[in-house]
Design a protein around this ligand. Structure first.
Ligand code: MET
Length: 473
C-alpha cells in the first residue's frame, strides 16, 4: 500500500493537527507492514506557496531560510512521534519534483488555455473565491486579482469523476465526505486557474514551462508531490502497479484531492489514487488552532512533557472518526493515566509482580489465549478509517485481562492454579505487546521487554502518572 499524508505549508511550525494526520498514517503503515504487505509511507512539506513567502516577509527573513527552518521542524517530528515514514519530500528541494511537475503540466497541455481572470484570492487558503470574506475565516483581506492566467479544463472531467467516485474506484471515507464531494461535482465544475503572475508570487514557485512570467499554482505543484517523489522504478512500483494508493487528508482540502487531483491525472493519462481518507479537525482549548492565538499545541513539546505514548494515545483513542475533537493537556493526561498507567501499566505490573512472588519469576509453561480475533477487528476498523475502534479492539485484551485477575484471584490459589492463571496472563500481555505495536510502538516494546523470556525481569512501572505534570496555561 502506498500511504501519503498531505504536505503542509511551512509558514509556521507544526501543530497538533499535523501530528494527528501523521500518526494516523503511521498506524496504517505499521499495520499493513505487519500483515506482510509492502508499504511506502510518504510525507513532506509544501514549500512553494505564497503563504510561506508572506510569513517570511512578516518575520523579515529570506523565504529560503524560513522554509528550511520550518520544514526541518516537520521532518524532525519523526523521532519524537515515533513515525515510520519511508520518504519525506520537500517541493522546493526534492531533486525530481520540479521536472515532474513540468512533465504533468505538459501531459495535460491539451486541457490548458490562457485567459484573463478576475477574482478574490485568499492567501490563507491559497485559492480564489468569487466574493469575500474568506469562508474559512482567514482575517487577511482577500487580494483582488486581475491578470492573465493559465486555466485547466476541469469542466471536461465532471462525468468521469462522478463515475469514478460513485463506482467506488476512488473510495472516499467517511461516506458523508464522499457525498459532499459528489454534491460538489454534481453542482457543476468550472475550469480552474492554475497559474499566477510571477510578480504576484514574488518570484517564488515553479515557472510555467515556456511562460516564465507565470508560476504554477501552488496546489497543482503540491498535489504532484504524490508522484514526483516516486523516482525511477518507484513510479511504476507504487503508482502504476500498486493496487492501493491512499491519501490521508483533512476535511478542508478534500476538493483538491478528490476533484482536482484525479482530474489532473485523468488529463495526463496517469493512474489514479484509490482511496481518500478524510479526518476532521482538532481544536485546542476550545478554539481553532492558530499561531496568533498561541494555541498550536506543539507536538514535540507535548512529547517532551508527557511522552510519546500519551500523545499518540490521545490522538488515536480520543479523536472520533467523525466530528472535531477538542484537545486540552488535562484530557491528554487524564486519558493516559486512565488507560496507560492504570489500565495497561497496572496490568503488566501486577502480572510480573505475581510471577515473581509466586513463581520466582519463572513463566509457567501453560497454554494461553492468542486473541486471534483482534487483528481482524483492527483491520476492519482501519479499513473504515476508524482509529478509535481499532484502538478499542486492542484494548479489549487489557480489559479482559484485568477482569480475569479480579475473577481468578491468583494470590488465593494453589501452585497449580497460579501456574495456570499466571500463564494465561503472561500470554495475554505478550499478545498485547504484539497487537499494540502499530498504535504505541514505544509502549509495546516496553511491555514486550517486561514479559519476555522464561524468567521475567523484575517489575518496574511502565508509565508514570501525568495528571499533575503540567497545566494548560
Ligand atoms: N499545503 C496544503 C495544506 O497545508 C496541503 C497540500 S497537500 C498536496 O493545506
Amino acid at each position: 500500500m502506498y500511504i501519503t499524508t498531505t504536505i503542509p505549508y511551512v509558514n509556521a511550525r507544526p501543530h497538533l493537527g499535523h501530528a494527528l494526520e501523521l500518526v494516523q498514517a503511521d498506524v496504517l503503515a505499521r499495520h499493513h507492514r505487519r500483515r506482510g504487505e509492502p508499504v511506502r509511507f510518504q510525507t513532506g512539506t509544501d514549500d512553494n506557496s505564497l503563504k510561506n513567502v508572506l510569513a517570511a516577509e512578516a518575520e523579515g527573513v529570506p523565504v529560503r531560510e524560513l522554509v528550511d527552518r520550518n520544514a526541518a521542524a516537520f521532518e524532525g517530528l519523526r523521532q519524537p512521534l515515533d513515525l515510520s515514514f519511508d520518504a519525506f519530500i520537500r517541493t522546493s528541494s526534492h531533486p525530481a519534483h520540479r521536472a515532474g511537475v513540468e512533465r504533468i503540466w505538459r501531459a495535460t497541455g491539451h486541457d490548458l488555455y490562457r485567459r484573463h481572470y478576475e477574482g478574490l484570492y485568499c492567501v490563507g487558503c491559497e485559492q480564489f473565491y468569487p466574493e469575500g470574506p474568506c469562508p474559512d475565516g482567514h482575517q487577511a483581506p482577500l487580494q483582488r486579482v486581475s491578470e492573465e492566467n493559465w486555466f485547466f479544463r476541469l469542466s471536461r472531467y465532471q462525468d468521469a469523476l462522478l463515475e469514478l467516485i460513485r463506482g467506488g474506484r476512488l473510495r472516499i471515507e467517511p461516506a458523508a465526505r464522499r457525498n459532499e464531494v459528489l454534491a460538489f461535482i454534481e453542482a457543476g465544475l468550472a475550469d480552474i486557474s492554475i497559474s499566477r503572475s510571477a510578480a504576484r508570487a514574488r518570484g517564488w514557485g515553479i515557472p510555467v514551462p515556456g511562460d516564465p512570467g507565470q508560476v504554477i499554482y501552488v496546489w497543482w505543484d503540491a498535489l504532484a508531490n504524490y508522484v514526483t517523489a516516486l523516482e525511477g522504478d518507484d513510479y511504476d512500483r507504487w503508482w502504476v502497479a500498486e493496487r492501493r494508493k491512499a491519501h490521508l487528508v483533512g476535511k478542508g482540502v478534500i476538493r483538491f484531492h478528490a476533484v482536482y487531483w484525479p482530474a489532473m491525472l485523468l488529463s495526463a493519462g496517469a493512474p489514479l489514487p484509490t482511496e481518500i481518507y478524510v479526518h476532521d479537525y482538532l481544536t485546542v482549548d476550545g478554539r481553532k488552532i492558530s499561531k496568533s492565538a498561541g494555541n498550536t499545541a506543539d507536538p514535540a513539546e507535548l512529547v517532551d512533557a508527557y511522552g510519546v505514548d500519551a500523545v499518540r494515545w490521545w490522538l488515536l483513542r480520543d479523536v472520533p472518526r467523525v466530528g472535531d475533537a477538542d484537545f486540552t493537556e488535562e484530557r491528554l493526561a487524564r486519558r493516559a493515566d486512565e488507560d496507560l498507567a492504570n489500565g495497561l501499566g497496572n496490568l503488566v505490573n501486577r502480572v510480573v509482580t505475581m510471577v515473581h512472588r509466586f513463581l520466582d519469576g519463572h513463566v509457567p509453561d501453560a497454554p494461553g489465549e492468542e486473541f486471534a480475533e483482534v487483528p481482524g477487528k483492527v483491520h476492519e476498523a482501519l479499513e473504515d478509517f476508524d482509529f478509535r475502534r481499532a484502538a478499542a479492539a486492542v484494548w479489549e485484551i487489557v480489559e479482559e485481562s484485568n477482569r480475569y485477575v479480579e475473577q481468578t484471584w491468583p494470590w488465593q490459589q494453589d501452585r497449580a492454579g497460579q501456574e495456570a492463571s499466571l500463564g494465561t496472563l503472561v500470554h495475554a500481555c505478550r499478545a498485547l505487546a504484539v497487537h499494540l505495536e502499530p498504535f504505541l510502538p514505544t509502549a509495546a516494546a516496553r511491555v514486550a521487554a517486561a514479559v519476555s523470556g522464561e524468567r521475567l525481569p523484575r517489575p518496574e512501572p511502565l508509565f508514570r502518572r501525568l495528571a499533575a505534570t503540567r497545566t494548560t496555561g
